[in-house]
Design a protein around this ligand. Structure first.
Ligand SMILES: [Zn+2]
Length: 378
């Protein structure tokens, strides 16, 4: 991965490059930031730059033998650890190495913009929760105890460090505290609260902010040939998440569908129109299927966040297509500090339930009844 292939983050790229030029690469770094912001692409470009034999001032060369192996993710000094679980092929003792072929294929397909639920879908682990196992920590320990095969630095990228269980974290901590020579650990995480504090305190924090509206918009125009307006709408909805921005740009129709269903649904919930929302759940929401139901709920969360912006007199910060902006402006008075956290928790919980294969009709009906009550809290 070249730095040039990564959307946005110009300042951060410069900082990372500078650290290599000045030979002050910290041996354990935690790339932390929201989903879809580009943490993994940055980690991959950084790793490639560090080991490129012909790097320039601003990027790796992309053609030297080291770069080529980094780009195909097959460099012998590049190691990955990520969450796994058993599936139809690996029936017991899952660990990253057993899934490395799938992992490389997935990373290349999504150009580094990885997403936990997409990855679990790819692995087909059904509704199991993937974790980073203690076996992973043992394996990486063993691998890093050898000298680098070909390059100066051995690099271990640990994706979703919040999925380390206590046992594997402890094992890894020892390694981070007494690192083998010329070894770089890049830990990637999305949720600081879920991360063990012992891990957090031993790494240099590299904050990766969400993408800006404009950089997302121009990337959509360049990469997908969207019109400026389509790209703007998708970028606005994505809230700085490139994975969502791509979904929205490719599924412009879906987004309008979500807007229509959501607006109707919220009206019924507010009126407490039970038979109408039962009908909606059966005819409009259930047929969406799980992935779209999840996106639909995420769409709802985005509307709640934007409602708060209206309520705090920040209408210019509301990034929605015009008709949805109009709906949100009228809807905003029903979202307030007394109900907003419960509403967001309710939607997040519904997303979790859908991810865990709960019965969608029950999830959405339950959500409708609760919303009916919450929307009336003044
Ligand atoms: Zn190179």
């Amino acid at each position: 991965m070249l730095f040039a292939d990564i959307i946005g983050h110009e300042d951060l790229k410069k900082r990372l490059i500078q650290s290599v030029k000045e030979s002050r690469v910290s041996h354990a770094q935690l790339f932390i930031g929201p989903e879809g912001s580009g943490k993994m692409p940055l980690a991959l470009a950084y790793a490639q730059y560090i080991n490129c034999t012909n790097r320039s001032e601003s990027d790796s060369c992309g053609v030297c033998p080291s770069c080529r192996k980094f780009m195909s993710l097959t460099h012998p000094d590049l190691h990955f650890v990520f969450p796994t679980a058993t599936n139809k092929e690996v029936k017991q003792n899952p660990e990253s190495d057993l899934f490395i072929t799938d992992w490389r294929e997935y990373l290349i397909d999504c150009q580094g913009y990885v997403d936990l639920s997409d990855w679990f879908n790819k692995l087909d682990i059904e509704n199991k929760q993937g974790i980073i196992n203690v076996r992973d920590a043992a394996t990486i320990m063993r691998k890093l105890s050898f000298k680098a095969y070909e390059s100066e630095y051995k690099i271990a990228i640990i994706w979703m460090a919040e999925k380390l269980n206590v046992q594997s974290a402890n094992k890894l901590l020892k390694l981070i505290e007494e690192p083998p020579e010329k070894t770089l650990f890049i830990l990637i995480a999305e949720n600081q609260e879920e991360l063990l504090s012992t891990i957090r305190s031993r790494c240099v924090m590299v904050k990766v902010p969400k993408l800006g509206l404009q950089e997302t918009q121009s990337a959509l125009v360049q990469r997908f040939g969207c019109s400026e307006q389509e790209a703007y709408d998708a970028a606005a909805l994505s809230n700085g998440n490139w994975i969502m921005a791509q979904h929205y740009a490719q599924d412009h129709e879906d987004e309008q569908l979500y807007a229509n269903i959501f607006q109707k649904w919220m009206r019924y919930c507010f009126k407490g129109a039970v038979s109408e929302f039962i009908d909606m759940v059966a005819n409009d929401i259930k047929p969406l299927g799980r992935e779209k139901q999840k996106e639909f709920l995420e769409y709802g969360l985005n509307i709640f966040h934007n409602s708060l912006l209206f309520n705090n007199n920040m209408p210019d910060d509301v990034m929605l297509p015009a008709d949805e902006k109009n709906f949100t402006k009228n809807f905003a008075p029903f979202i307030n500090i007394r109900n907003v956290s419960q509403i967001c928790e309710l939607f997040e919980e519904s997303i979790n339930q859908i991810e865990r294969n709960a019965n969608a009709s029950i999830v959405f009906l339950d959500n409708s009844f609760k919303m009916s009550k919450l929307l009336r809290i003044k």
